[in-house]
Design a binder for this molecule. Structure first.
Ligand code: ADP
Ligand code: AMP
Length: 218
């Protein structure tokens, strides 16, 4: 039992700022940032079978099947660095994943403590995703809204930044549709659980962080 562990679930459409915020608040709260998208991409660059399977869905903007995703999360959360809990970024993304996650946390003596739900209008999402530059370590920049000091270079480790394959305009629009169809039911799920904290994601990055941290410490 690890009763003191904290689990935060970042909710919101693609481009809302979940990854940006998850990275900051995980550091702030001493938790691990678990991004299922990053885990799939890591598998892809390591050329694993899981990576190849995931890519066949990711490149089309579709979700990777629930059973594969849930098994990957279960394995990740069982590692020692997650003992104090995690900030979940991009998981759960379907009602089946949310239920499986609750069951998994119950098994390890935890629960979902807070769900920051970041809202951003669709038009802004498309602009954000088409200008997004990411680092291999999961740090996120934007060509205009959050540029690195040197173009295409990570401020922290000097590695090259890249544009994600699924940030092409045609895939972006489909990913937003998939969010509304398959992930948005989780808004009500966590509202009913009393853990949802709605945040206006059009505010500057540091304002959004402040609101999440205020919620976490309340
Ligand atoms: P998500 O993980 O929800 O898909 P990201 O955190 O990757 O979203 O952010 C998407 C893009 O929007 C990135 O390029 C990021 O730099 C930018 N971004 C994130 N938060 C803000 C914000 N509050 N204002 C402006 N741009 C933002
Ligand atoms: P993200 O990095 O969160 O934007 O995710 C990129 C892609 O990875 C998604 O479009 C999906 O194809 C896949 N993915 C990430 N997380 C999940 C999840 N929880 N369930 C299913 N597919 C996922």
């Amino acid at each position: 039992m690890n009763e003191k562990a904290t689990y935060i679930v970042m909710l919101g459409p693609p481009g809302a700022g979940k990854g940006t915020q998850a990275k900051i608040i995980a550091e702030e709260l001493g938790l691990v940032h678990v991004s299922t998208g990053d885990l799939f991409r890591e598998n892809l660059s390591n050329e694993t079978e899981l990576g190849r399977l995931a890519a066949s869905f990711m490149n089309k903007g579709e979700l990777v099947p629930d059973d594969v995703t849930i098994a990957m999360v279960e394995e990740r959360l069982s590692r020692p660095d997650c003992e104090k809990g995690a900030v979940m970024d991009g998981f759960p993304r379907t009602p089946a994943q949310a239920e499986a996650f609750d069951a998994l946390l119950e098994k390890i003596g935890g629960k979902v403590d807070m769900v920051p739900f970041i809202t951003v209008p669709n038009q802004v999402l498309v602009e954000r995703l088409s200008g997004r530059w990411v680092s291999r370590s999961g740090r996120v920049y934007h060509a205009l809204y959050n540029p690195p000091i040197v173009k295409w270079v990570d401020d922290f480790d000097g590695t090259d930044l890249y544009q994600r394959e699924d940030d092409k305009p045609e895939t972006v629009v489909h990913r937003i549709e998939v969010y509304y169809e398959q992930t948005s039911p989780l808004i009500e799920y966590y509202q009913n659980a009393g853990t949802l904290l709605e945040i206006d994601g059009t505010q500057p990055i540091d304002r959004v962080t402040e609101e999440i941290l205020k919620g976490a410490k309340a």
